[in-house]
Design a protein around this ligand. Structure first.
Ligand code: GCB
Length: 563
């Protein structure tokens, strides 16, 4: 599935703006994209279902075209109606879905209606704390009872677009540069194009940079290879993109291509054949008032701050972000670990039906993001209950699904298990290409004792490497600091404590030759469900929620400029 685009042969209608929301039979305005929870106090904790409505005015000539309704993401369950006819439904958040509405859009006025529900469910997505009713304090007493540590925002969170094209059109493009030979500066770009039945017999032009190929479409799947001598390889220092243009008589699609390879061995991760160390963050796509709605100024600001702080990567914890994040990452040379919307997975997910849904989600994430050079790794989940015996088959299947879709990138699962404590033995981690773990020494364990915590962390890492003999990526570590809280000697929740913990942890981990990355949790403070551990926000941000630096930001900027 291709992201809709506006070009000389495609027309995009964007419905961004004020829609109408029906709550208990009454209409009120609602912004799309956005989450309902932050636009109205009385809807803060509501799961819906609520009914969204907007009007689309369609010119006569467009109503004869091929029409694709594209929802960039809706959280979570939704039914879509066009002029009172049900045209589609979707049941996972953070991923796009499309509905073919050719012949269903009338010339003139059309009503688009979307019924949205964002219900936390035990064993579902989004996941609910299994036995929340029995606990009153701590993480398990959270309200809303999300089985994860960020606010469960609902609504039409990303743009809704209508794309009009000719019936003879390009359906999908896949670019693979993995057979390139960076040491010889030889770029090999395989381009696979899928077209509609109506395009058969037409002429197609495929142009990469200055090289153009012409061919006759005799199959719905077309494959071509471009070999570039003296290619400019995409990398953080030189994120060069070659424009790829696919043209049919009445359709075209333009895509930026970065030529790069990614590989790994027992100890290291390589970009274009050279070892790379991942410096960066886990983060969230959320902001006051918007909730989880797509927000372009925040993206630009975050990339600006990633560059300022000398980071080279981030993980889209704990769900795929708006597509523009990846466009910007391609353009600015930031590496991305792309994560499926699988957070808070427990034993209640380990059944064939949910496994099928999870496999589908992984496929949809890869289908959406496969062509981005910035995406260097797929993460199939964050912190599942992976010490449960039934996790093994479930995650093995997710690994295989991802590999079948794309065997050019490492596939990982982010685990909080597999510590020296036998009870945490991870039954699934062994299937994955790189060992990704979240560790909170000096915070949740060894509270207030950074140095003792670090000794334990070192033993943990050494044992982990001995067991797995694979590169280790510490995908989370960190400490809460409430901006403006200071204490000497450093105490938990002070800016000094966070800065000391982060600096000492990085200094320790960077000495280990099997560690390929350290991601601080988190890039910025973010809103969570209510519980005694969270004063409205999770305060592990290196930046505040409005993107101002804490003390640790200056420390990281220095540390990451030195190595
Ligand atoms: C984790 C989770 C992340 C939390 C973080 C924390 O391990 O992956 O979602 O926000 O810990 O701060 O507790």
């Amino acid at each position: 599935m291709l992201k809709p685009e506006s070009n000389t042969k495609r027309l995009l209608m964007n419905t961004t703006g004020i829609w109408s929301l029906e709550v208990n039979g009454k209409e009120r305005p609602i912004a799309v994209p956005g989450s309902w929870n932050e636009q109205y106090q009385d809807l803060c904790y509501e799961e819906g279902p609520f009914t969204y409505r907007t009007i689309l005015y369609v010119p006569e000539e467009l109503s004869k075209k091929h029409a694709r309704l594209y929802f960039s993401a809706v959280n979570t369950d939704c039914e879509v109606y066009l002029n009172e006819e049900k045209v589609g439904e979707n049941h996972i958040g953070y991923l796009p879905f499309e509905i073919d509405v050719t012949g269903k859009v009338k010339p003139g006025k059309n009503e688009l209606k979307v019924i949205v529900k964002n219900e936390l469910k035990v064993g579902g997505f989004p996941s609910k704390v299994p036995d929340s009713g029995t606990h009153t304090v701590g993480f398990f007493g959270s309200f809303p009872p999300a089985n994860f540590d960020f606010f469960p925002y609902g609504g039409i969170i990303r743009p809704v677009l209508v794309e009009f094209t000719d019936h003879s059109r390009i359906l999908d493009i896949r670019v693979d540069t993995s057979k390139s030979e960076p040491e010889k500066k030889l770029g090999r770009v395989r381009v696979k194009v899928e077209v509609s039945e109506e395009a058969m017999g037409e002429e197609m032009k495929i142009k990469l940079g200055e090289v153009e190929k012409k061919l006759k479409v005799t199959d719905r799947f077309i494959e071509e290879e471009f070999v570039l001598d003296d290619a400019r390889f995409w990398c953080p220092e030189d994120p060069h993109l070659y424009p790829l243009r696919i043209e049919l008589e009445k359709d075209e699609y333009i895509l930026d291509v970065g030529i790069r390879t990614i590989s790994w061995d027992e100890k290291r991760l390589y970009l274009n054949g050279k070892p790379i160390f991942l410096k960066g963050f886990g983060k969230h796509e959320e902001f006051p008032v918007l909730g989880q709605g797509t927000f372009y100024p925040m993206m630009v600001k975050d990339f600006n701050l990633l560059k300022w702080i000398n980071a080279n990567s981030f993980r889209t914890s704990h769900y795929p972000y708006s597509e523009e994040w990846l466009d910007l990452a391609d353009r600015l040379g930031i590496l991305v670990i792309d994560e499926a919307p699988h957070v808070g997975i427990t034993r209640y997910h380990y059944n064939p039906e949910t496994q099928k849904i999870a496999e589908d989600n992984v496929q949809r994430m890869i289908a959406r993001d496969k062509n981005h050079p910035s995406v260097i790794m797929w993460s199939v989940a964050n912190e599942p209950e992976s010490n449960h015996p039934d996790a093994e088959g479930f995650f093995k299947a997710l690994y295989e699904t991802a590999k079948k879709m794309d065997n050019t990138r490492p596939v990982v699962m982010v685990s909080m298990m597999d510590t020296p404590d036998e009870r945490t033995r991870d039954v699934a981690l062994k299937y994955f290409d790189i060992v990704c773990v979240n560790r909170y020494y000096g915070w949740y364990i060894y509270q207030g004792r950074i140095d003792e915590g670090l000794k334990a962390l070192e033993e943990d890492m050494e044992e982990l490497y001995r067991r797995h003999k694979k590169p280790i990526f510490v995908t989370e570590f960190g400490a809460d600091a409430i901006a403006g809280f200071h204490y000497d000697p450093p105490q938990m929740f002070s800016e000094e404590y966070q800065a000391e913990l982060v600096e000492k942890t990085i200094n320790l981990l960077m000495k280990k030759d099997y560690i390929v990355g350290t991601h601080v949790w988190a890039f910025a403070d973010f809103k969570t469900p209510q519980n005694v551990r969270r004063p409205i926000l999770n305060h592990k941000g290196v930046f505040t929620r409005d993107r101002q630096p804490k003390l640790v930001a200056h420390v990281l900027r220095r540390l990451w400029s030195e190595r």
